[in-house]
Design a protein around this ligand. Structure first.
Ligand SMILES: [Zn+2]
Length: 289
């Protein structure tokens, strides 16, 4: 095996520029986090084992999330706000949500009159989503061989891109599935953010072991452009987060005690949080511009 192949096997080939010889390890947490010195892409060692990599119940309950389903009122509030905004821009009401988890976003969309489809890799989450929405939710990955995507007007990937093995391939398929005038809306962490710079390796996006990519506005734009998508708006957005989840992610005994009290009382308080470390992007097919 030559040296380039050996580096590639270690998961160090840069997905964005293809260079196998320029990545450096920034630090190691659950996996090595690397940066490509040629193009700036930051990514996790994709050949290392990924704890909770198939997103079992333990991922959604007591892993990165305290109790995803119980905390959904906050997800629904964010969904309403996102849809309200999308409805001012979208040309039609056919929607595909890639990485739809338990389907809360799609449920809110359907109530607002959207014709919805969902795709989700977690068998645990798919079961819940299908109970709610029926067979418009499919299990599996967008990059599966033979995957046929429905023709839609809007494709959303909320906090999904960073989980994928091949975000470039996924976005290429997204672009191919867009109807004329179609819109892609996605959110993902911003590695270039002030909060990431301040918190370093303790940045909250590094805590989820299933996160593979940490984009900046520059590297995200590069991936989108390469697959023929043109960003038309990029902004730093907040979202509604349940107090229960915030306390869970603090991973402190006192916070856990407070959280247990809140859950026991059946309270569902949520806060609108914008830490300016998440990008929301709208993009269209570059051919149409
Ligand atoms: Zn690179």
């Amino acid at each position: 095996m030559n040296e380039a192949a050996a580096v590639s096997r270690a998961g160090r080939t840069c997905l964005l520029c293809g260079r196998a010889d320029r990545s450096v390890t920034l630090f190691t947490s659950t996996r090595a986090i690397m940066a490509c010195r040629a193009c700036g892409l930051v990514f996790a060692d994709r050949d290392a084992p990924v704890p909770l990599g198939d997103y079992p119940r333990e991922y959604f309950q007591g892993g990165p999330y305290a109790d995803y389903v119980a905390d959904e009122p906050a997800v629904r509030r964010t969904a309403s706000a996102r849809l309200q905004h999308l409805e001012t821009v979208a040309t039609g009401r056919r929607l595909l949500d890639v990485g739809c988890a338990t389907g809360a976003f799609l449920e809110v969309a359907r109530k607002r009159g959207w014709h919805v489809h969902g795709l989700e890799r977690s068998a645990y989450a798919v079961e819940i989503a299908q109970q709610r929405l029926g067979n418009v939710v499919e299990g599996g990955s967008i990059t599966d061989d033979g995957r046929v995507l429905p023709a839609v007007d809007v494709i959303t990937l909320w906090d999904t891109l960073e989980h994928l093995d091949r975000p470039d391939e996924a976005l290429a398929r997204v672009r191919a599935a867009l109807s004329p005038g179609g819109l892609v809306a996605l959110s993902t962490g911003d590695y270039g953010s002030l909060l990431r710079r301040i918190t370093g390796r303790r940045w909250r996006l590094f805590a989820d072991p299933t996160h593979n990519f940490f984009f900046t506005e520059h590297t995200l734009t590069a991936v989108l452009t390469r697959v023929g998508l043109l960003p038309i708006a990029i902004w730093r957005s907040g979202k509604w987060v349940s107090l229960s989840l915030i306390l869970h992610q603090l991973r402190h005994p006192l916070a856990t005690r407070v959280r247990n009290q809140i859950v026991r009382r059946g309270w569902e308080p949520s806060l609108f949080v914008n830490l300016w470390d998440t990008m929301t992007v709208y993009a269209r097919s570059a051919e149409e511009s």
